[in-house]
Design a protein. Structure first.
Length: 379
C-alpha cells in the first residue's frame, strides 16, 4: 500500500482534536506513524530526543507521546526521565515504541513512568486501539480531577456556611447561658427552682458545644476528623443523657433498668473507655432517645454496661425495628414510622462509634424487642 509522506513536524492542524507527539529517529517509521494517526488526531513528529523535549514544552495541551527507545545521542529512557522531571510535562502519558525483546527494557520504561509498551514491527490497527484506550483513560482522569476540584470547592463553601451559621447561633446563646447564671447569683430560689434554672444553663452549654462541633460529622464522613481519645466514664455520660430525657421518660412511665456485668448498677460504678466525652454524649443521646420514642408506655428499657477488654453498652427496649430497614438501619436517611424523622440519628451514632475505633450493632433476635450495642476500647 502506498504511504503518504506527511511533514515530520505537523501532520494535522486541527485545534479540537487530541494532540499526540510521535518520536522516532527513522524517517520511514515516523512517516508511517504520522500517517496512521493524522485522520483522528493532531500529530506532531520529532526525529530525536532534543527536538521531542522542545516540542513537548512548546505544544499546548499535549495529550500523549509515542516514544521510540533506541535513538542516537539521547535515547527514549533519557527523554522520558526528562519529561517526568518537569512540572509542565510530567503528566503527559508516554507509550514506548521498541524493537527490544528483553523484559528488563519494559520494566525500566514502566519504572520511569511510561503507561504502555508497543513492540515493533507495529501493527497499525493495534496502535490505533492502544492510542484510543489511553486517550480515553486520560479524558476520564481529567474529568475526575475537575469533579474533585468541584467537590473541594463545595466542601469549602459548606464549611464557610457552617462557620457563619455557628457564629450567628452563638449570639442568642449568650442570653440563654448568661441569664440563668445571673438569676442564680441574684435571686432567692427554692431548691426545685434552682434545679430548673441550672437545667436551662446546662442545656445552653450543651447546645453551645453542639454548635462548636457541628462540623464534626462532615469531617468524620470525609476522614478528616482529628480524634483525640481520653479516658471517659461511659456510665457518667449515660446518666447525663438520662437526665436530659427525664421528662419524656417520666411522661411515658418507662422504668430504666441499669446493669453492669449483669448486676444492678451502683453509684460508685464506672466504665472507662478510650473515647471523646462529647462524641459519646451525642451518640448515646441519639440512641436512648430512639429507644424512649419507640418503647410503648410503662415498658422497661434495660441499659447494660460490660467491662472487660472492651467497654460495651447495650440499650434494650420494647418495640421492633421494621424488617424492611433492619439491613440498612445505620445507613444515612433511613427511617420508618417517624413523621418528622430524618434518618440521621442512627447514622451519626454509627459514624461516631467508628470514628472512636468502636463498633455498633443491631440485634432483633428477640421478638418484640430491639437491642443496640456499642463497643469501645477500654481505658
Amino acid at each position: 500500500m502506498p504511504v503518504a509522506k506527511p511533514s515530520p513536524e505537523i501532520a494535522s492542524a486541527s485545534q479540537e482534536r487530541p494532540r499526540i507527539l510521535v518520536v522516532d529517529d527513522a524517517p520511514e517509521n515516523l512517516g508511517i506513524l504520522l500517517y496512521a494517526l493524522k485522520e483522528d488526531y493532531t500529530v506532531v513528529g520529532a526525529r530525536n530526543g532534543a527536538k521531542a523535549l522542545q516540542l513537548a514544552a512548546a505544544t499546548p495541551a499535549l495529550d500523549l507521546i509515542l516514544l521510540d527507545i533506541v535513538m542516537p545521542e539521547m535515547d527514549g529512557y533519557q527523554v522520558c526521565a526528562r519529561l517526568k522531571a518537569e512540572e509542565a510535562t510530567r503528566a503527559i502519558p508516554v507509550i514506548f515504541l521498541t524493537a527490544l525483546d528483553e523484559d528488563e527494557s519494559e520494566t525500566i520504561g514502566l519504572e520511569l513512568g511510561a503507561v504502555d509498551y508497543i513492540r515493533k514491527p507495529i501493527h497499525l490497527a493495534t496502535l490505533r486501539l492502544r492510542v484510543k484506550l489511553h486517550l480515553d483513560l486520560l479524558r476520564s482522569r481529567r474529568r475526575l480531577e475537575v469533579q474533585n476540584s468541584s467537590l473541594l470547592k463545595a466542601a469549602r463553601l459548606r464549611e464557610d456556611v457552617e462557620n457563619i451559621a455557628r457564629h450567628d447561633l452563638k449570639g442568642p446563646l449568650t442570653s440563654i447561658i448568661g441569664v440563668p447564671e445571673f438569676l442564680l447569683m441574684h435571686c432567692d430560689f427554692t431548691d426545685d427552682q434552682r434545679a430548673l434554672v441550672k437545667t436551662v444553663e446546662e442545656a445552653g452549654y450543651i447546645m453551645l458545644e453542639m454548635i462548636n462541633r457541628s462540623l464534626d460529622l462532615f469531617k468524620m464522613e470525609n476522614g478528616m476528623y482529628d480524634f483525640r481519645p481520653e479516658p471517659v466514664d461511659i456510665i457518667a455520660v449515660m446518666r447525663q443523657v438520662m437526665a436530659e430525657l427525664s421528662s419524656t421518660i417520666t411522661f411515658k412511665a418507662l422504668p430504666l433498668v441499669l446493669l453492669i456485668d449483669g448486676r444492678p448498677l451502683t453509684d460508685g460504678d464506672k466504665a472507662m473507655a478510650l473515647a471523646e466525652r462529647f462524641l459519646c454524649h451525642s451518640m448515646f443521646l441519639n440512641l436512648l432517645k430512639n429507644a424512649v420514642e419507640a418503647s410503648p408506655p410503662a415498658q422497661a428499657i434495660a441499659i447494660d454496661f460490660g467491662c472487660s477488654a472492651n467497654v460495651t453498652t447495650s440499650i434494650d427496649n420494647a418495640g421492633e425495628v421494621p424488617a424492611e430497614i433492619r439491613s440498612r438501619f445505620f445507613d444515612k436517611f433511613v427511617t420508618a414510622g417517624k413523621r418528622a424523622g430524618t434518618g440521621l440519628g442512627t447514622y451519626s451514632a454509627s459514624l461516631i462509634a467508628r470514628t472512636q475505633n468502636g463498633t455498633i450493632s443491631l440485634d432483633t433476635s428477640v421478638a418484640g424487642r430491639t437491642r443496640i450495642s456499642v463497643d469501645f476500647p477500654a481505658a
